[in-house]
Design a protein. Structure first.
Length: 130
């Protein structure tokens, strides 16, 4: 059972391989927006994993996040998520999300994840190859 208010937290140190000029999202040597989004998604997914049934996982389906401050390599970043809504059918989860570096807020917004059967989800994707 997933309860509203469930929180997630994770942190990392920004390394060169997470910079925009390394991942192809820009030319500057700062923490890349796609990497920030990946950190947010991972934190949200991990925060609810223990409340799912066997064989289930969550997949990201919507992200509305602003990236408001640049972070250089070597600085620590942390992510905070909070489950704010569960759809009536119990399959869609909405999170308030934020990312911070050692100097303050670097990103914030809302993220949605869908609860899926992992095996069936992957089989459906693989079927596109046939």
């Amino acid at each position: 059972m997933l309860e509203l208010g469930k929180k997630g937290y994770s942190e990392l140190v920004v390394t060169d391989d997470l910079l925009a000029n390394k991942v192809g999202s820009g030319l500057v040597a700062v923490y890349a927006t796609p990497m920030m989004i990946a950190g947010i998604e991972g934190t949200a997914a991990a925060s609810v994993a223990d409340g799912l049934e066997a064989g289930q996982t969550t997949v990201g389906c919507q992200m509305n996040v602003s990236h408001v401050a640049a972070t250089p390599a070597g600085m620590k970043v942390h992510f905070e998520t909070e489950l704010t809504a569960v759809s009536a059918n119990g399959k869609m989860l909405t999170f308030r999300v934020a990312a911070y570096d050692e100097k303050g807020l670097i990103g914030e917004g809302e993220h949605q994840r869908a609860i899926v059967c992992k095996d069936r989800f992957e089989e459906k994707a693989q079927a596109k190859l046939r």
